[in-house]
Structures are given as structure tokens and as C-alpha cells.
Design a protein around this ligand. Structure first.
Ligand code: EPU
Length: 423
């Protein structure tokens, strides 16, 4: 298992290119199952989660190949010879559940292992199940697998309202409804940019969809979808992560490909903390020129609110802020596992249920720390950039799920960081 060693080394300067979004790519890939014709994604990120989705789609009979060093994913689901998504693959990644809607729509049946709980919370599937049942699916849980069948041989359009604007349940419903008979309306739909990106791609494939990016999405079912080529939207979470780098270490970094509309709520908090964020013709330029950042309170919310996937990184920033910041996590019930690790570096954090109070300290100190999940891992690296001495982050395989080339990207702006093999 590898570790990453970061040594706090003063201000950063330069440019960091932002990759295509992991969470968009993980929903765009299963969309291949909806069509017999090829689907090609460009601007794909090179991540272990993408490899897991590749293995899953291949296990269902899809052809998937990575071209141009992984930045292009060419897929064809002409012949699907299996409709079971096995536990061995699904357990590695929750997003595996996104094959359920497309398989039901195209094949009229699907058997998908329950993804199970994960470190950040229970993450049940009830919203996915009721949404697909509304479209006429019969779903039964047997031996840890969801057995789903379209009643009467095919899905039928329906009006459904989500109890909570779940990203994954919205994606499964929209994909399934593209091939259902008649019109479907999803109310209280999630509005995340990854959903807008999925809909744009489905539209290129011939789907009739309106209202993406609002809380009501209307889908007019069609008989078949065709092939398409689609560029994956910029990763707003990778973008926000690298925007924190100069905020915490000092200096100025231009995040290439970054757009304010993807991170508006987050950028407003950086601004309130005293960090300048400026749109350029190439991306977003972020700078901390003088003094400590100010403490700001943050509450995670569904889009367009402050994203839960940037909460750990914001906590790292608040550790050295002037004053006390209150962070409320409303999306996942157990997403403060980075707090005890940051405390090992001298941070002063109190956690009570879904709320953390961070009392800023003047300087963090390097320490051995452990990555517990994807966003927690990167928050420890960010903290290491601002700490005195060496921070060794172990279990960085979590990081490989969602950040490509993190070491070379941070090195290119002057950070002292290396990846080492652990005995
Ligand atoms: N939920 C239910 N029942 C369901 C589905 C969700 O109770 O059937 C709950 C979850 O337990 C959670 C909340 O609803 O408490 C939000 O879950 P949601 O379904 O919106 O999230 P997701 O689709 O499972 C995606 C991202 C996550 C991101 C969340 C929230 C992907 C592959 N994953 O997950 O990304 O945190 O939306 O924005 O798109 C990450 O990248 O680090 C990550 C965890």
C-alpha cells in the first residue's frame, strides 16, 4: 500500500489542469447499456473507479476500451449477454448501482447486488427502488441482490416525486425512462451538473428530455437510442479541491478549465474567508496574498448549495483560519472521519453528530495520518501543504478512486510531495 508524504513548503504558484468529472463519467458509462450503437466519452478522468465501472460493464457483455491514455472511453453494448451485476464488483463502488435503470429499460430485467453501506454513511437504495417501481418495475430483494423485472415486458412512463433529491436515484430514473412507453415526470429531481451532463449525452443519443438542471425533469420515452460522442463535464470537486491549495498554503493557482457556475456556493465561502477567486479565459485563478483566512460557517446541501464532497477540504482550510467555523453536514451521517486525523496535526475540532466546530490554530504540524475515504484523503494532503514538517498520509488507494496524478499536479505548482511504497 502506498503513502503520500507532503512537507509544508510555502506559497504555491502555477496552473493545474482539471480533469473530467468522476461522478459524471460514472453515470455516463452505464448509459451505453441503453443503446446497441457505440457511445464514446472524451475528457474522461483516469481513475480506479472508472476501471471498476469498465470491469462491471464488460461483465455484462459490453465492449469497453480506453484510448488516448484513458482520456477516451469507447463503448459498445451491441450484445449484452448477462444481466447480473455481481457482488464482487458492485461492493467496490456504490456507483455500480447505476446499471440498474439502464438494464431494466433495455432488457426488461436486471439483477444487481446491493452496494451495502460505506464508510461515509448507510447509503440505502430505497429511493432508487421506489423510483423504478413507479415506472412499472417489480423489485425483490433476494440473497443480497435486487431482482428487478419490468411488468408486462416493458417500463411505462409515470409521474414520480423523490422524497429526497438523490443524485443516483435521479440518474437511474432518467436513464430508465428514456426507453419507457409514454411520458415520465420526475419531481424533486437532483440538479447537480453531473445530471445535466448525463441528460446532454442522452439527448445526443436521441432521448427526449426537458428540465435538466431544475427540480422537474420530463422524459418522453422513445423506442430506441442511438450512438453518440460526448465530452465529460469538468470535475467540480477536483476543481474545488485545487482551489483550496493556494488558499491553505498561500500563493496563486489557476485551475485550467474551471468555471464559476460549477462551484458558485463554494467560491462564495472562499471569498468570505478572504480568498480571491477570479474568472480568466482559461479557468479560475485563486489567490491568498496576505494574512490568515477568516473562519466561515458552512452547511452542506444539494446543488446549488455547498457540496458535501468539498466539506472535508473546507474543514482542512478552516483548521488554520482566524476564529471558529461551524460545519454542518446534512447529506451523509458519518462524514467527519477526517476530523480526528486533522486533530493529529494539531487542529482543534469538536464533532457533535452532524456538526463540527473548528477552532482555527496558527499553524498545523506534520504527523502520520490515515486516509479513510476519498475526500478525507485529499483533505489531509491539503492540510499537509500548510503544516510545519512532514505529513505522511497512508492508505492512499482511496485517493486513486477520484484524483488523477495528484502528486504531479501539486508538484507542478511548487508543492513538496511524493508517493512512496509502504513496506
Ligand atoms: N439516500 C437514501 N436512499 C437512497 C439513495 C440515497 O436514503 O435510495 C441518501 C444517502 O444515504 C445520502 C443522501 O441520500 O445520505 C444522498 O445520496 P445521493 O443518492 O444523492 O448520493 P449518491 O448518488 O449515492 C453521489 C456522488 C457522491 C456525492 C453524492 C451527493 C456519485 C457516483 N456519487 O452519490 O460522491 O457525495 O452524490 O452529492 O455520483 C464522492 O465523489 O466522494 C461521493 C461520495
Amino acid at each position: 500500500m502506498d503513502s503520500i508524504i507532503v512537507t509544508g513548503n510555502g506559497p504555491l504558484k502555477g496552473q493545474i489542469p482539471i480533469a473530467g468529472a468522476k461522478n459524471a463519467c460514472l453515470t455516463l458509462m452505464p448509459a451505453t447499456l441503453l443503446s446497441e450503437e457505440p457511445l464514446t466519452l472524451t475528457n474522461a478522468p483516469r481513475l480506479s473507479d472508472i476501471k471498476t465501472m469498465t470491469t462491471l460493464l464488460q461483465s455484462l457483455g459490453a465492449e469497453v476500451s480506453q484510448l488516448q491514455d484513458g482520456q477516451v472511453i469507447a463503448m459498445s453494448s451491441h450484445d449484452l449477454d448477462n444481466h447480473t451485476a455481481h457482488y464482487d464488483i458492485v461492493r467496490k463502488m456504490r456507483a455500480s448501482n447505476l446499471v440498474l435503470g439502464p438494464m431494466l429499460a433495455r432488457l426488461g430485467q436486471a439483477i444487481v447486488s446491493l452496494p451495502g453501506g460505506c464508510a461515509i454513511g448507510a447509503r440505502p437504495m430505497d429511493l432508487h427502488i421506489t423510483a423504478l417501481e413507479a415506472l412499472g418495475a417489480e423489485i425483490e430483494l433476494k440473497d443480497g441482490y435486487l431482482h428487478a423485472k419490468a411488468k408486462g415486458g416493458g417500463l411505462k412512463g409515470a409521474v414520480h416525486e423523490l422524497r429526497f433529491a438523490s443524485v443516483g436515484a435521479t440518474e437511474n430514473f432518467v436513464m430508465a425512462a428514456t426507453l419507457a412507453k409514454g411520458t415520465s415526470v420526475l419531481k424533486n429531481a437532483a440538479r447537480e451538473p453531473e445530471i445535466v451532463d448525463l441528460v446532454r449525452c442522452l439527448q445526443k443519443m436521441g432521448a427526449q428530455i426537458d428540465g435538466e438542471g431544475t427540480d422537474t425533469i420530463t422524459i418522453q420515452g422513445v423506442d430506441r437510442l442511438h450512438g453518440a460522442t460526448h465530452p465529460v463535464v469538468t470535475d467540480r470537486i477536483e476543481l474545488g479541491t485545487y482551489m483550496i491549495a493556494p488558499a491553505i498554503a498561500g500563493g496563486e493557482v489557476e485551475c485550467l478549465g474551471g468555471k464559476l457556475e460549477l462551484v458558485q456556493a463554494f467560491a462564495e465561502k472562499l471569498d468570505a474567508a478572504g480568498i480571491s477567486v477570479e474568472e480568466t479565459d482559461k479557468g479560475l485563478k485563486v489567490a491568498r496574498r496576505n494574512g490568515r483566512v477568516r473562519a466561515v460557517d458552512v452547511k452542506t446541501e444539494v446543488f446549488p448549495g455547498f457540496p458535501t464532497d468539498l466539506q472535508a477540504q473546507m474543514m482542512a482550510l478552516m483548521c488554520t483560519a482566524e476564529g471558529t467555523a461551524t460545519l454542518d453536514e446534512t447529506i451523509f451521517e458519518n462524514r467527519f472521519m477526517h476530523a480526528p486525523e486533522l486533530s493529529r496535526m494539531g487542529a482543534e475540532i469538536e464533532v457533535h453528530g452532524g456538526q463540527a466546530k473548528v477552532h482555527g490554530v496558527e499553524r498545523l504540524k506534520g504527523a502520520p495520518v490515515m486516509a479513510t475515504d476519498l475526500r478525507a484523503s485529499v483533505s489531509l494532503i491539503l492540510a499537509g501543504l500548510a503544516a510545519e514538517g512532514e505529513t505522511r498520509v497512508s492508505r492512499v488507494y482511496h485517493l486513486d478512486r477520484g484524483y488523477e496524478n495528484v502528486v504531479s499536479k501539486l508538484r507542478s505548482v511548487g508543492a513538496k510531495i511524493e508517493r512512496v511504497k509502504e513496506e
